[in-house]
Each structure stands twice: as structure tokens, then as C-alpha cells.
Design a protein around this ligand. Structure first.
Ligand SMILES: Nc1ncnc2c1ncn2[C@@H]1O[C@H](COP(=O)(O)OP(=O)(O)OP(=O)(O)O)[C@@H](O)[C@H]1O
Length: 265
């Protein structure tokens, strides 16, 4: 067996341990074993994609990292502290498939919300909203309501709202799952450009799409069906910046095949 298929420590990106899971398990009160003995070390600056069949526990991992669900067994360390404490420090932000924008608020108001809730002064809120909307290419849409935007634009707003807190850790749960393929590929490229501008931000990205996982990540974590376990961690040893030409290389097809094979294993 290829040793990269069982190595769950990080080898491509060096740096301090950021999130670590040791024998992490989760059994829900109804007896569902969602995760069993997950061991994973994530280092600062990684872009890690999780792929696996539906119900393998990907979202459960995210819930535990954010302190919304408690491990049943094992340990989970986030920035050297408990998930609850890490969340209090506002260093974690999320993006979900459902953009969760407030329909009656403008793009600007939606994006500012995390800062408003934290009592940040209005001038800083405005400056930061402009900064992140520029990052996602929507600075001319500040006064527009979400319903006036396309699906891809709503997702950009959702990403801008997550970035406004300058998170150390960005959790993305199938963010592009509802988008058409062309918009999806455009947003993948834009997300990589944003991440490359802030190399200290760590991104954990759940997807069902093997192509997406290979294109985006420094490593792909492959999970097994319930009870969820990590069956492989496959490094994607392709330097950044990456562009669309990567998708047509032999190396890309080989890596897609490797991840797909691990999924079938
Ligand atoms: N609150 C809960 N109570 C009981 N079972 C749950 C709960 N939340 C999730 N589960 C179960 O735990 C398992 C893992 O769920 P989870 O949502 O983490 O999987 P997932 O890999 O994110 O799935 P998907 O890809 O479909 O989003 C599933 O069988 C799910 O039905």
C-alpha cells in the first residue's frame, strides 16, 4: 500500500500544529456512531479537503471543531485550546452551501454583521466591508439586496462575510455544491487567489467532488462510510499559485484517480 494512503500527519506544509485530533470519536445520543478513532494533525496554512460518502461524519468533525458538538471519546485541540475557547476568540469562520444571507439587508450590511455583533466601531466595519467585498470582486454591489444577485454572487458575499473577521481557520462545508460547473470552477480559482494572499489562513473544505478536492488542496483527507474513519490522506504536491491549466495535466488526472481509488477502497 502507498504509504501516503495511511499517513495522516501533514508532510507538505510545515508549521505549528493548529488542529489535532487523537482517537476522536462521536456517538450521537440515538446510538449512531458518526466517527470512530479519527487521528489527524492539521498545520497552519494548510488547505485541507475532506471527501467521503454521504453520512461519513464530515460535518460532525466541523461541529466538534467549532464546539457545537462534544467528542464522545478522544481529544480535539484547536489552536492549543478547547474548541469552545477557540470559537470565543472569533478565529474561526464558516461558509455553508446555503449562503444564509439576511434577505432584507444589503450586501454591505450582511457582510458587516460579524463585526457589528462584536461591537466594532462603524468606521472600521465600513472599511473592512469594502476590503472583503473588493477581495471577492463585489465592491460595486454594496447597496444591493441578496435577491438581486446570482447564486455565485451570493456565495461570494457569504465568503466575504466569513473573511471579514480575518479568521485563522475557515471552515467550508460544500460551499460550491449548489452552483453550476462554470461558476464553481470560477469560484474555486477565486478562493485559491484569496487564500494565497493570506498564507497563514488555514482552510478546511468539505466536498463530494474529487476534482474540486485535488484542484484546491494541499492534502485530501478521504473518509470511509459510517462509522466515519480516515482511510487516506493524500498530499497534492503541486505548487501554488495554481491556475486552470492544472486541471488538464496528467498529474491532475493521476491525483484524481488516486483519490477516487482511496474512496472506493
Ligand atoms: N444530531 C444527530 N443525531 C443523530 N445522528 C446524527 C446527528 N447528526 C448527524 N447524525 C448522523 O451521523 C452520521 C454523520 O453525519 P454527518 O452529517 O457528520 O455526515 P456528512 O459526512 O457530513 O454527511 P453529508 O455528506 O451527507 O453532509 C450520519 O449517519 C448522520 O445521520
Amino acid at each position: 500500500m502507498n504509504s501516503s494512503l495511511i499517513d495522516t500527519s501533514s508532510s507538505q506544509v510545515s508549521g505549528p500544529k493548529f488542529v489535532s485530533m487523537e482517537n476522536l470519536s462521536k456517538t450521537y445520543p440515538n446510538g449512531t456512531i458518526a466517527l470512530q478513532d479519527v487521528n489527524l494533525t492539521i498545520q497552519e496554512g494548510e488547505f485541507l479537503c475532506f471527501v467521503g460518502p454521504s453520512g461519513c461524519g464530515k460535518s460532525t468533525i466541523f461541529k466538534m471543531i467549532t464546539g457545537l458538538a462534544k467528542p464522545s471519546k478522544g481529544t480535539l485541540d484547536v489552536f492549543g485550546t478547547t474548541p469552545k475557547e477557540a470559537r470565543k476568540q472569533s478565529d474561526i469562520a464558516f461558509v455553508f452551501q446555503d449562503h444564509t444571507l439576511l434577505p432584507w439587508s444589503t450586501v454591505e450590511a450582511n457582510v458587516k454583521l460579524p463585526l457589528e455583533l462584536r461591537g466594532v466601531d462603524k468606521k472600521t466595519q465600513k472599511e473592512e466591508a469594502q476590503r472583503v467585498l473588493e477581495l471577492v470582486g463585489l465592491k460595486d454591489y454594496m447597496k444591493v439586496l441578496p435577491r438581486q444577485l446570482s447564486g455565485g454572487m451570493k456565495m461570494r458575499v457569504s465568503i466575504a462575510r466569513a473573511l471579514i473577521s480575518r479568521p485563522k481557520l475557515l471552515l467550508m462545508d460544500e460551499p460550491f455544491g449548489a452552483l453550476d460547473e462554470i461558476t464553481r470552477q470560477t469560484l474555486q480559482m477565486e478562493l485559491l487567489n484569496i487564500w494565497q494572499q493570506d498564507t497563514s489562513m488555514t482552510v478546511l473544505f468539505v466536498t463530494h467532488n474529487v476534482f474540486e478536492s485535488v484542484f484546491l488542496s494541499t492534502s485530501v483527507v478521504v473518509m470511509t462510510p459510517r462509522p466515519g474513519k480516515i482511510s487516506a490522506r493524500i498530499d497534492i504536491p503541486v505548487p501554488f499559485p495554481r491556475d486552470d491549466s492544472f486541471r488538464t495535466t496528467t498529474q491532475f488526472s493521476d491525483l484524481v484517480r488516486e483519490v477516487s481509488a482511496a474512496l472506493d477502497h
